[in-house]
Design a protein around this ligand. Structure first.
Ligand SMILES: [Fe+2]
Length: 556
């Protein structure tokens, strides 16, 4: 499998997981890979199944010989057979001279019946009528919004997908995280370059490097191969050292870690004493808004899906317009100044096999139009920030720059800031790291103790590693930007993800962690996986106090 990924990465091309599955489904995947690499005219940044299928089609067409007279004859025979099946044994009808068609009567209807044109059925969600609620004066209307974009790849993408781009990406990741490890972790204050280890007989060794291999040996020890710009070191977590072995279970490919250890007797291994993750400090300076305003987090709307929760969505719209809820709930609605939408705003098309069966709107552009229509019902004084997810119509490789102008223009009647994925921004001075969260699945797959349905626990690990998606070649396609936008180089006040359709709130060392629910009922795919989403909920943070509440719009 690695050799297949490598064959494409040599051309600067990423292979999407489903593309890899498609290649592996072939009788001889290696041979098939070399056929594809030879046949591709251009190497795309991200190789999709469609790319491969179009190559296969072109090549098959080349191999199909021009029809020979014999094959034309065969075709003819086939046609005759089909016609005789239609007409039975009788010859096809031919008008004779005395059975002339009646052209002379202009009143006679002679309309040829055309087959009914099949128009695709679309089920646009209904637009409810929002009337101004008497006596409802939202507090947040009195304030102007203060949004500051701190870090976003939008407009700054540099990658072309070449091998040297990857080198730059990993170098940048290493430089930023080494600095954090050296400056903030006392245990690594004496870290040395890897090539210095072999030359001297040092007792305790401190190293910082990128993990380029990690595996469990047949004897149950864990091997970690660490690399820096000077060399490689093989480190071992012995199975009888429980705490070290447990820590080593959290180490994943391509992340930057520090290792403290001792050189083995024969000098070829470093026996690990502890593993140091960059982490965030216990005490972090918190930013708070001066005004009593709130930010709400509304993820994974999946507009266009048959499972879009229209009734619950309408309840949300009524509430945010002051037309629903008790007095406390209405007070909260009136304090919402910001609405953050962390991706999968539409269901998209061609995202997974058989998706068309589950779409109410089959045109992705119409999906965005439908969403824009619904967003017009959100009060004007609320500022909305939208970022893309893996279902949206932007490049799939992360970091994802924001939506094309054509899509942005559909939303011109709202106050919307379009940002990339991930993105750091501040709302009234409160810093938010918003990331759709595709890599949550990679973390849950690669670290045994983590579960896909416990996103907040995974987000804590992301903060410990100070990275959103370290591993190349997993479920998350990564673009080799020259600067690593997936590094958590700032400690946010709020860290929000979506993607797993759960409504969870947590805290790690003072950082508020949120997984921001969804507006899609359980899909057949989720049902197959026995996954129950926690949809139609809205986590809300009071930016002045830091308190978090959750509004529930589910039908009771
Ligand atoms: Fe989603």
């Amino acid at each position: 499998m690695n050799s297949i990924v490598k064959s494409f990465s040599e051309h600067g091309t990423f292979v999407q997981p489903d593309t890899l599955d498609y290649i592996l489904s072939k009788d001889n995947p290696e041979e098939f890979t070399s056929f594809i690499t030879k046949s591709l005219k251009e190497f795309p940044l991200v190789l999709t199944v469609d790319h491969i299928k179009s190559v296969e089609q072109v090549e098959t067409a080349k191999e199909t010989p021009e029809p020979t007279p014999a094959s034309v004859m065969e075709k003819k025979e086939l046609q005759t057979k089909v016609l005789s099946d239609i007409y039975g044994d009788k010859p096809p009808y031919r008008p004779s001279e005395d059975n002339d068609l009646e052209y002379d009567d202009p009143d006679k209807e002679d309309q040829i019946e055309l087959p009914l044109q099949e128009t695709p059925k679309e089920e646009m969600p209904n637009l409810i009528k929002i009337e101004k609620v008497k006596g409802w004066n939202p507090k947040s209307k009195e304030y102007t919004s203060q949004i500051n974009i701190i870090k976003d790849v939008t407009g700054g993408s540099t990658c072309e997908g070449t091998t040297s781009d990857f080198t730059k990406l990993f170098k940048d990741r290493y430089d930023v995280l080494r600095k954090i490890l050296r400056n903030q972790r006392r245990e690594l204050a004496n870290a040395v370059p890897i090539n210095k280890v072999k030359s001297g007989a040092m007792r305790e060794i401190q190293l910082i490097g990128i993990v380029n291999d990690v595996r469990t040996t047949v004897n149950g020890h864990r091997l970690i191969k660490l690399e820096d710009e000077t060399g490689e070191a093989v480190c071992i977590a012995l199975k009888n050292k429980r705490d070290v072995l447990q820590m080593s279970g959290e180490v994943i490919l391509d992340e930057i870690v520090g290792i403290r250890g001792q050189l083995s007797k024969n000098g070829d291994l470093i026996v690990i004493q502890s593993i140091v993750f960059p982490d965030i400090s216990i005490q972090n300076e918190k930013h708070r808004a001066k005004e009593p305003l709130c930010a709400a987090f509304l993820s994974d709307i999946h507009m266009g899906s048959k499972n879009f929760m229209e009734k619950e969505w309408q309840a949300f719209l009524r509430w945010i317009n002051g037309d629903m809820g008790n007095s406390r709930q209405k007070d909260v609605a009136g304090r919402i100044k910001y609405l953050v939408v962390p991706g999968d705003v539409v269901d998209g098309i061609g995202i997974y096999p058989g998706q068309e069966e589950e779409l109410a709107i089959t045109d992705v552009y119409r999906q965005y139009e439908a969403l824009a229509e619904q967003f017009q019902l959100i009060p004007d004084h609320i500022s909305i920030l939208i970022q893309p997810g893996n279902h949206d119509a932007v490049r799939p490789a992360e970091p994802q720059p924001t939506f094309e102008k054509e899509i942005q223009n559909l939303f011109s009647s709202n106050d919307i800031t379009f940002v990339g994925n991930p993105c750091y921004f501040s709302l009234d001075g409160v810093e938010v790291l918003s990331y759709h969260g595709q890599s949550l699945l990679d973390f849950a797959t690669n670290i045994q103790s983590l579960k896909y349905n416990e996103p907040v626990e995974i987000m804590k690990v992301m903060l410990r590693k100070r990275h959103l998606a370290p591993t190349y070649g997993g479920y998350t396609p990564l673009a080799p930007e020259h600067s690593d936008y997936m590094v958590i180089d700032r400690v946010p006040d709020i860290f929000v993800t979506g993607h797993v359709h759960l409504a969870t709130i947590g805290d790690y060392r003072g950082v508020t962690l949120i997984n921001a629910s969804s507006w899609q009922e359980q899909t057949s795919y989720q049902k197959m996986l026995n996954f129950v989403p926690d949809s139609a909920k809205l986590p809300i943070v009071n930016l002045k106090t830091g308190n978090v509440t959750m509004m529930d719009f589910n039908k009771k």
